[in-house]
Design a binder for this molecule. Structure first.
Ligand code: MLT
Length: 235
């Protein structure tokens, strides 16, 4: 089966044991992580708090932090996918904390497998899920506990890819699928009025949104192993 959880704050309603979680924060945390792996990052330590992240500095680890869409002061990187390109993270370990995305990942640790998904690696995630044959919960990062449109559209896109292999009795899954089907010819326009797109536009961040909505740009498969994410596609 495939279920959709609209916010990490609703995870107490889901039993993740023995299941695969796909954690998603389209704008921008999981899109950025996928981009980092595509550009050679060795591993990624997603953490919830700024202080935990800071503790990784020194010892060769890059640190990345975002709060409310803005790069937090005193860290090497923010949360724009573009700052993870051009050799900036090649061969490096990265510790990262973001407002919602890293929470969604860390609060899903009880699952059998935690996969980081984005439109950028949609097909690769779908293929892996078909092979795994575990029940799936898509965990949307949302915004501070609330529903958001872009993560829900991703959930719908994944359901769209997996329909033949999976069933669902969950209305959240059906709603995500219907939304994606209504949006898929022009996801960017569909999201124009959404809260985080407007938040990023107000911060002058336009190109990140376009970038993160591209489908299947990378064949990257970030999965949680013990205390970090690694790219299963290169192992
Ligand atoms: C988050 O984790 O809330 C986000 O990725 C925010 C952002 O940097 O756009």
């Amino acid at each position: 089966s495939i279920d959709v959880c609209y916010s990490p704050e609703l995870l107490h309603l889901y039993d993740l044991k023995g299941k695969a979680v796909v954690a998603v924060d389209i704008l921008r945390a999981t899109s950025t992580m996928v981009t980092a792996f595509a550009h050679g990052a060795r591993d990624i330590f997603p953490v919830m708090e700024l202080e935990e992240c800071r503790a990784f500095s020194g010892g060769g680890c890059l640190t990345a932090a975002e709060r409310n869409g803005i790069k937090a002061e005193g860290f090497d990187l923010g949360n724009s996918p573009f700052s993870y390109m051009n050799g900036a993270v090649d061969g490096r370990s990265i510790a990262i904390t973001t407002t919602n995305g890293t929470r969604a990942i860390r609060l899903s640790e009880a699952a059998e497998e935690v996969i980081v998904g984005a439109f950028l690696n949609l097909k690769t995630v779908a293929r892996h899920l078909s092979e795994l044959q575990l029940d799936v919960v898509v965990v949307c990062a949302g915004w501070k506990g609330q529903f958001n449109l872009e993560d829900t559209l991703f959930a719908g896109a994944l359901v769209d890819c997996l329909q033949q292999d999976f069933t669902s009795e969950n209305d959240a899954t059906l709603a995500s699928l219907h939304l994606y089907q209504a949006a898929k010819t022009d996801v960017f326009n569909f999201l124009r009025q959404s809260s985080h797109v407007r938040r990023l536009e107000n911060l002058g961040i336009h190109e990140d949104v376009q970038f993160c909505l591209q489908h299947n740009l990378y064949e990257v498969l970030p999965v949680w192993r013990q205390d970090r994410l690694i790219d299963l596609a290169v192992v």
